[in-house]
Design a protein around this ligand. Structure first.
Ligand SMILES: Nc1ncnc2c1ncn2[C@@H]1O[C@H](COP(=O)(O)OP(=O)(O)OP(=O)(O)O)[C@@H](O)[C@H]1O
Length: 254
């Protein structure tokens, strides 16, 4: 059985001649929770953008499920195929309830209003209830999404993604701005999700990575620097060097 779900080969992304990603490769397995780390400007977010079709790679390939070449496909086509992307800012509907937000995700083929006024099938109801339980918001289904805490909004958005049944979730700094407790809960949520889906998380919070990562990919200057367990990458002098270099640059700036 081939357990590779995503293979990025030699990805290049250029912005007006500036090479933000220069030959990055990454292989993700089914059921894997992978953390993508590296100093500022390493190309981590751009790599996620290249996978989900937000930017077009100028070189390389993104192969989904062994045979599907999604390189240069349109963003919505890639999302429909099963690669979901969550950005840092939540894109929930704040004036709708938590449940209504989830309903919209379940029935995205219809417009927002049609979704809210149409009858829900029992199967859809069940999926929404399961989604609410998964993200730990079962007691807040009738709350207005705008009144949730920052962390809860992020979970709602993850729940909305899950209801679209992606096989891969791409998350950009999901715990930024969260309290310690929310961060812990998010780590546990991601581990639960990764039981039957694959996740790539771009992250700067090293304590979070240490607590929840089994495999870490380190990027630097648009390329793969190293890969392994957190202990392995922490012992790699090159990793220390690029992070220290960044700190030095910051001091120089300030
Ligand atoms: N749309 C764009 N146009 C021009 N340059 C860009 C664009 N997006 C990113 N870059 C540049 O590409 C490089 C990589 O950026 P990217 O955001 O992918 O890095 P990152 O590793 O995610 O950094 P951070 O951790 O700070 O978010 C940076 O030098 C950035 O300034």
């Amino acid at each position: 059985m081939n357990d590779t779900i995503l293979k990025c080969e030699d990805i290049m992304v250029e912005f007006d001649g500036f090479k933000a990603v220069q030959g990055m490769s990454l292989t993700l397995k089914r059921g894997e929770l992978r953390f993508l780390i590296g100093p500022n400007g390493a190309g981590k977010t751009t790599m996620l953008d290249a996978i989900c079709g937000k930017v077009r790679p100028s070189g390389g390939k993104v192969i989904f499920k062994g045979t599907i070449d999604v390189t240069r496909k349109k963003e919505h086509q890639i999302a429909e195929m099963g690669i979901g992307r969550k950005f840092q800012a939540p894109s929930i509907f704040p004036t709708l309830t938590v449940e209504e937000n989830l309903e919209i995700s379940v029935r995205q083929d219809r417009g927002v209003l049609a979704t809210l006024f149409a009858r829900m099938k029992p199967e859809q109801r069940e999926r929404i209830d399961a989604g609410l339980a998964m993200i730990g918001l079962q007691d807040k289904g009738s709350w207005r999404a705008g009144s949730l805490s920052h962390g809860e909004k992020q979970w709602l958005e993850i729940g909305m993604m899950l209801l679209q049944e992606p096989e891969i979730l791409l998350l950009d700094e999901p715990v930024a701005g969260m309290t310690d407790r929310e961060t812990e809960k998010t780590g546990a949520l991601l581990q639960t999700i990764a039981k039957d889906r694959s996740i790539v998380v771009v992250e700067h919070d090293m304590e979070f990575v240490r607590n929840f990562a089994s495999k870490v990919t380190v990027m630097h200057e648009g390329k793969l620097l190293t890969e392994g367990t957190m202990e392995q990458v922490q012992q790699d002098d090159r990793v220390t060097e690029v992070y220290l270099g960044q700190r030095r640059d910051r001091h120089a700036d300030g």
